[in-house]
Design a protein around this ligand. Structure first.
Ligand SMILES: [Fe+2]
Length: 367
């Protein structure tokens, strides 16, 4: 580890060549000195906005093993793990679920499956959450045969998101539907409820009965679609990242509206979210030229979504369920022929921070 001054900052170079110049105030406010932070929560005990803007580093020493020890011009002393500083450079923004993503298409085989019984223990539950991070999709087998069986699964992870439609709700193909989900109509691949704020993070689905013809599940890896669009038609990709689209739902009791681009990219360049819900979207009325570009780009995205090589199809049976990352996957179903039987599913949502926190604390506990 080499440490030297560079301007007002401190340049640190690791043995493998990675180097970064740290701002003195960035280091000062990040101090993990016990006097500076609450030992339990890690929260700052001082209002760092009022630290001197011209704070400088009076002295420094250290190495990979010993860490980096600093004294600042305001007299504060602290030490950093070299690995902590390195992580801040290499991985500046947090992930929701942790772990490398594996993009997939219709050929994904085997599907990531987990037995409900295996999720009773920490290692089984962590394996499920790690697969959810990897694929954005896990199938769950052997759910109890009760109406609210989803609760026994979600209780192992955290509180569910209650909306104006309730907690664990029916997805039943019925007459007098208040949402297209409740009809027998085929559902084109979509993300759920982008008109909500925050948008539902994860969807939990439990199949009670699937005896009707049709009603196969369709899922598409939206991140894979976005990656292909970026490679094959970069201008379309950019257009979908930059064009604001509104999403709206209205019934007798609720008006829900929000907006965002169809592809959302993190400041570090990674695709963070796709929003695709063609039944509720309405692009902002910008210029005719811009909208020409937008509509062509949306079509290019949809062509990839609908291409047979991207769309994974499987059939849920009673006692099976799945969890999907609603910021990454699009889901849908084939038409249900209501005269031939029943299709009854139950579903609920969970916020992203709840799911991610469960995975991260399990990882911390298992080292
Ligand atoms: Fe849906």
């Amino acid at each position: 580890l080499s440490i030297e001054r560079e301007g007002r900052g401190l340049r640190i170079r690791w043995p493998d060549g990675l180097a970064h110049s740290f701002h003195p105030l960035w280091l000062r406010e990040r101090s993990f000195d016990p006097a500076n932070r609450d030992p339990l929560t890690g929260q700052r005990l001082e209002e760092a906005v009022f630290l001197p803007l011209d704070v400088s580093i009076r002295s420094f020493s250290g190495g990979v093993e010993t860490g980096v020890e600093l004294e600042f011009s305001d007299g504060h002393r602290c030490a950093f793990d070299a690995s902590d500083l390195r992580r801040a450079v290499e991985h500046p923004l947090p992930d929701d679920l942790v772990g490398a993503k594996r993009l997939w298409d219709a050929s994904l085989d085997p599907l990531p499956r987990h037995a409900f019984d295996d999720t009773a223990g920490d290692s089984g539950l962590l394996a499920l959450l790690d697969d959810l991070a990897r694929y954005g999709l896990v199938l769950v087998e052997g759910l109890p045969g009760e109406l609210d069986a989803l609760k026994s699964l979600t209780d192992r992870i955290g509180p569910i998101r209650v909306t104006n439609w309730g907690g664990i709700a029916d997805v039943k193909s019925i007459a007098n539907a208040y949402d297209l989900t409740m009809t027998g109509r085929a559902l084109e691949p979509h993300c759920d409820n982008p008109y909500r704020l925050p948008g539902p993070g994860y969807i939990f689905l439990h199949c009670i009965e699937n005896s009707a013809e049709g009603g196969d599940s369709l899922v598409v890896d939206g991140f894979h679609v976005a990656e292909r669009l970026c490679a094959e038609d970069p201008e379309a990709f950019r257009t979908l990242c930059e064009t604001p689209v509104t999403f709206r739902y209205e019934d007798g009791d609720a008006i829900l509206e929000h907006y965002g681009p169809l592809i959302e990219v993190h400041p570090d360049g990674r695709v963070h979210r796709v929003r695709f819900n063609n039944r509720t979207d309405q692009v902002v009325a910008t210029t005719i030229r811009e909208l020409d570009r937008y509509y062509a780009a949306r079509r290019a995205f949809a062509d990839l979504v609908w291409s047979p090589e991207m769309m994974l199809r499987f059939r849920l049976g009673a006692g099976q369920g799945y969890i999907v990352d609603n910021y990454r996957l699009l889901h849908g179903r084939t038409e249900v022929r209501l005269a031939t039987g029943n299709r009854h599913l139950r579903q609920c949502y969970m916020d992203r921070d709840i799911v991610a926190s469960r995975q991260k604390t399990l990882r911390r506990a298992t080292g």
